[in-house]
Design a protein around this ligand. Structure first.
Ligand code: ADE
Ligand code: ZN
Length: 338
């Protein structure tokens, strides 16, 4: 079996479909922005911040993730954050990105949606012209907040609908089932937006069913808990519903104890439409290619596996058929057919 190398993964055409911009805030940039905005951090050094990144579950991570986002105040901050991520994409050979952002976190601190979108949008456009990275931004609704507030956010965002391609649902999953948000998804669907939702990260398979049947999402973010429901697995395979899986995140948040326990390659071998993504790379130990290499280290990834994962990332992307075809044409067909 021909194993992957870092350079091999970099050379493949790829899209990243599950990455939270706030989760790409590296401690170094956190300190720079804190200084720029005269914000006092509870950490004294970058090392101290990194030491605090020990999580026991999703909630213990989210608490520190929302705290970190507090340094984002001006449109330049959002520009710098997004550009730093896109530079990493450039280094990793990523062709297309569909990043998430959490407007409610920033609105709560008085940072307007226009301010957020101005910085993020300019960075995405610049990366397109400078590096040829195409993109589509996904606005996420925080599920731990009341659905009424999610709807208020959606109404606020509507006049700026040209700035994003779709909506997502993230934050604390347990006890916040997708069905609570179906009216927001109905409105977004009527407006022609793409629909995705986090489901089956820590939550049960019923949440994945709800996201599919009640929110009518086109992709599931995470979805690994679907493996506990055979009927659901069968459905996901038959309908080829994409799951954006995040191996490093799942291990750091104790969804699986060790990377050797991670089912990503089994899911792929079973015919599920899975891709690899970094989720919150600044918090979980690395970017997209790092995730591939961690999986390889623990589970031995063949070049065929890698090519199939890269292919899935492109077919699942919200891209026009022409760009999709252009990217798919760069896949090593001999590996895929082997
Ligand atoms: N927000 C950022 N990362 C997340 C994750 N892994 N699950 C849910 N919400 C998130
Ligand atoms: Zn996520």
């Amino acid at each position: 079996m021909a194993r992957v190398t870092r350079d091999y993964i970099k050379s493949l055409p790829k899209a990243e479909l599950h990455m939270h911009l706030e989760g790409s805030l590296e401690p170094e940039l956190m300190f720079q922005l804190a200084e720029r905005n005269k914000i006092k951090l509870r950490f004294k050094s970058i090392e101290e911040v990194k030491k605090a990144y020990k999580f026991k579950d999703l909630q213990s991570f989210l608490d520190i993730y929302y705290e970190g986002a507090n340094v984002l105040r001006r449109s330049e901050d959002f520009y710098d954050l997004t550009t730093a991520y896109l530079q990493r994409c450039m280094d990793d050979g990523i062709d297309h990105v569909e990043p998430f952002f959490d407007p409610q976190t920033h609105l709560a601190r008085g940072v307007g949606l226009e301010v957020q979108l101005e910085g993020i949008g300019a960075a995405l456009r610049d990366a397109g012209s400078r590096w040829g990275i195409s993109s589509g931004l996904i606005l996420c609704i925080l599920r731990h907040l009341p659905p009424e507030e999610g709807m208020q956010l959606y109404q606020l965002a509507r006049p700026m609908i040209g700035e994003f391609i779709g909506i997502g649902l993230d934050s604390s999953e347990l006890n916040h089932p997708p069905r609570k948000f179906s009216h927001i998804y109905e409105a977004a669907r009527a407006d022609g937006l793409k629909l995705v939702a986090h489901a089956g990260e820590e939550g049960p398979p019923t949440y994945v069913w709800e996201a599919l049947q009640m929110l009518k999402v086109q992709r599931i973010d995470h979805g690994v808990q679907a493996l506990n429901d055979n009927k659901l697995v069968e459905h996901l395979i038959n309908q080829q519903i994409p799951l954006t899986v995040c191996p490093n995140s799942n291990v750091r948040l104790k969804v699986f104890e060790k990377m050797c326990d991670h089912p990503i390659l089994q899911m792929l071998d079973q015919g599920m439409n899975v891709s690899i993504n970094s989720d919150d790379p600044a918090y979980f130990g690395g970017y997209l290619v790092d995730n591939f290499m961690e999986v390889d280290k623990a589970l031995e990834m063949s070049r065929k596996h890698a090519a199939l994962l890269a292919r899935n990332s492109i077919t699942a992307a919200f891209l026009d058929p022409q760009r999709k075809a252009q990217l798919l044409a760069r896949l090593p067909l001999e590996e895929i057919r082997s």
